[in-house]
Design a protein around this ligand. Structure first.
Ligand SMILES: Nc1ncnc2c1ncn2[C@@H]1O[C@H](COP(=O)(O)OP(=O)(O)OP(=O)(O)O)[C@@H](O)[C@H]1O
Ligand SMILES: [Mg+2]
Length: 379
């Protein structure tokens, strides 16, 4: 690499894949060692692995063509800049602190990282970041070697969602069957009791009726969950769809002290099932309304964005938000913090959106609010 102390003439010659990448050398006929270095450098240039070299001051010194292909940034775009330029704001500070501590301790960090391309799209990388030492053992720079696993992660998430929902489906069918009959017979017996009981027992009966109704409601939601009707995927103009949806639900909210706004000013068509998308948005709105209980200046904002060929429908609230631990279990069935919740709302959201070829991303901060992004393929 060229440094302020090393301004010597001569072409830039790659000297090793994981050593300082470029050094100025006088070329006087390639000896074997130099030939080897050139071969190694050519390998780094032609590999599909995304290679980036960062100096000790944390600036990018080298990226290979695979990096340019995966991120959309050219070498000139990123040279001398901090890798923060690729930041996606999708990770906790703890991830960065973890890998900084590892590499500054002279060890190799391995893991997955989500970055943002020049176009704004997210890209998921898996690989390592290692310190590179010179002959004296001094760390001269850091090399990161990553693979673009965006496609693989999408497939993994679809497979996971499908397998969770399938096995859950079987369990739910059994449960519904076992519960529906006894519940019916409780209801019938209640009717008989009601006719014969002393009126002073009315309050008690009413409570039992309420609880039975709640169980029936739960069974109904489970039925909805299991209904595997074919989705009718078609081209849907999202800004009109959202305007319609918001104008429909808007009238319920002033009473609850919630302000609703929509920011979807550009035409954009997605491939999706309108009925399922409406169900998804209703589930998200219901969650926001719950989260906004007792919040002053409560707001639900709907938005529409486009990143590359992905359309993002956003539902954001400034409600109670969630702690990180809560977020980890967000899409697990029956995970609820609510007295009356089934904990299936978001599982159903994920299932429907995944079946439409999309994805769901949630970010939240305790006491600040929650943002749910529905990612849909552009038509
Ligand atoms: N917008 C939000 N703000 C704060 N917490 C949320 C939000 N959305 C979801 N949650 C949390 O995630 C949990 C799971 O949500 P989900 O919609 O799956 O189930 P639920 O709302 O509890 O029950 P159900 O939707 O089945 O009636 C909620 O109980 C709540 O703790
Ligand atoms: Mg819910």
């Amino acid at each position: 690499m060229q440094t302020a102390n090393d301004p010597g003439p001569g072409p830039l010659v790659p000297i090793a894949p994981f050593g300082p990448v470029f050094a100025r050398q006088e070329i006087s006929g390639l000896d074997r060692a130099e030939e080897e270095k050139a071969r190694l450098a050519a390998a780094v240039e032609s590999t599909d692995e995304v290679v980036m070299i960062i100096c000790r001051q944390g600036k990018i010194e080298y990226v290979n063509p695979a990096f340019e292909r995966a991120t959309g940034y050219s070498r000139e775009d990123v040279m001398g800049r901090s890798p923060v330029v690729l930041g996606s704001h999708r990770h906790d500070r703890s991830l960065y602190i973890g890998f900084l501590n590892t590499v500054t301790a002279g060890k190799t960090w391995a893991g997955r990282m989500t970055n943002r391309k020049k176009t704004g799209e997210l890209v998921h990388f898996e690989g390592t970041i290692s310190p590179v030492r010179d002959r004296t053992g001094r760390v001269t720079c850091y090399v990161s070697v990553f693979q673009d696993v965006t496609g693989r992660m999408r497939l993994e998430s679809i497979a996971e969602a499908a397998s969770t929902t399938n096995s859950l489906g079987y369990a739910i069918s059994g449960l519904r069957h076992e519960l529906a009959n006894p519940l019916n017979s409780i209801k019938l017996s209640l009717g008989v009791l009601e006719a014969k009981l002393d009126p002073s027992m009315r309050a008690c009966l009413e409570r039992i009726h309420k609880e039975v109704a709640r169980m029936e409601y739960l069974l109904k939601s489970l039925k909805n969950f299991n209904r595997d009707e074919a989705l009718e995927i078609r081209k849907l103009e999202l800004s009109f769809f959202l305007a319609d949806f918001v104008s429909l639900i808007k009238y319920d909210f002033p009473d609850k002290g919630i302000n609703v706004a929509l920011d979807a000013a550009f035409p954009a068509s997605a491939l999706c099932d309108p009925r399922a998308l409406k169900q998804v948005l209703l589930n998200l709105v219901a969650n926001s309304v719950d989260a906004l209980a007792g919040v002053a200046g409560a707001e639900i904002l709907f938005g529409l964005f486009k990143v590359g060929r992905t359309l993002i429908v956003r539902v954001a609230d400034n409600g109670c938000g969630m702690a990180k631990e809560q977020m980890d279990n967000l899409f697990k069935p029956f995970n609820t913090t609510k007295k009356q919740g089934t904990g299936l709302g978001l599982v159903i959201v994920k299932k429907m959106i995944t079946r439409m070829g999309g994805d769901v991303k949630v970010s939240s901060m305790r006491g600040r609010g929650t943002t749910v992004d529905i990612l849909l393929p552009e038509a």
